[in-house]
Design a protein around this ligand. Sequence first.
Ligand SMILES: NC(=O)c1ccc[n+]([C@@H]2O[C@H](COP(=O)([O-])OP(=O)(O)OC[C@H]3O[C@@H](n4cnc5c(N)ncnc54)[C@H](O)[C@@H]3O)[C@@H](O)[C@H]2O)c1
Ligand SMILES: [Fe+2]
Length: 372
Amino acid sequence: MKLLQVVPAIHEYADIAAFAADFRLGRHDLILTNARYGKYLAGLDCPVICREKYGTAEPTDDMVNAILRERDCIHAETGVERIIAIGGGAIMDMAKVLSVAPHGTRDCNELYRNMGSLARVHELIALPTTCGTGSEVTNISVIFRAPLGTKHGLVGDALYPAHAVLIPQLMETLPYHVFACSAIDALIHAVESYLSPLATPMTDVFGEAAMREILTGFAAIAEDPSCRSALNGQFLRAATNAGVAFGNAGCGPVHALSFAIGGKYHVPHGESCYQYFLPVLRYYKVNSEGGGKLTKLEALLCDILHADDGLNALADLLERILPRKPMSAYGATQADVEAFAVSTIGNQQRLLARAYVPVTLDVARAIEQECL
Ligand SMILES: NC(=O)c1ccc[n+]([C@@H]2O[C@H](COP(=O)([O-])OP(=O)(O)OC[C@H]3O[C@@H](n4cnc5c(N)ncnc54)[C@H](O)[C@@H]3O)[C@@H](O)[C@H]2O)c1
Ligand SMILES: [Fe+2]
């Protein structure tokens, strides 16, 4: 039984300059990023692709195809050896596709046909600027694919970044809402992987560390919001720890339920997962015997939050960080309850297989109704 796999080397630097010096960044290193980080990149002799040139919405195959053409032009001029992704999950996921797309690839959809034989074309170095997805340590990229009409994962060991580089300075510009949503996403990665049947004693170490870092950070911010920037390093490490945990043990029903509302009403990933997080945990609590992993989770929450009731204390703290809105606030209607439940059961069995207590159509319907 494999207990844990961590592929990227994980580094931390105070700023981009220290990272650039250590990694000897130069003209064969192609940076994919947002224009907002231009101020940190001044003085570097690297070609840069700003993703805004191709749109700011969540990544699509069209966007990646246009970036592939620009990469090939840069490669023809100077040669590209490494790709440096500086951004949130969206940029890291697009860079992962670039890193396995052979030169001359016109349509990244071709890569999905040969998912079993993807090979690394460029070494990838990932620098997250949000504290959520953990994409810097996972082997999956999620983009919208027009032929399927939905977001879809490209998965393979060639997609692992070679290096994950954590630089707290990069989170200084992160708006509060994106910070809160991405940190809650990381917390859910930690909790769902902890309750997964694929969890091992070693994934638990990373999941527990992530929960402790995120929840103590949230408690401090709830008391004094001005302390957030001092906690950027802690939240970055937490998201990476949670990425290691879920990259091995997987996520579960909270993620499964999130995709229908996320897709239809364009609710950001962390916010759509947050909708279902506490309802799913309460469903587990009412429908499980006690004494198992959920009881361990509750004890851990009581310890971290200095509380007698772990789930209630978690709900209270999250409400102070990001008040949860009903699904109707995003535009969802009564008709969506049935449609979302059917879509979740029909399309998300891979994630539902990791449920702590089985989630049937009736259960999905009841949870959707509760969230409406
Ligand atoms: N590969 C994986 O394992 C994995 C896991 C979960 C989610 N995802 C994907 O990741 C994406 C979500 O990623 P995310 O939550 O990191 O958000 P994101 O990358 O979509 O960024 C959200 C917004 O915040 C902005 N932003 C990011 N960092 C910033 C900073 N430091 N300062 C100011 N603005 C900043 C972005 O420009 C964007 O407008 C989705 O596309 C999702 O499908 C991938
Ligand atoms: Fe997630």
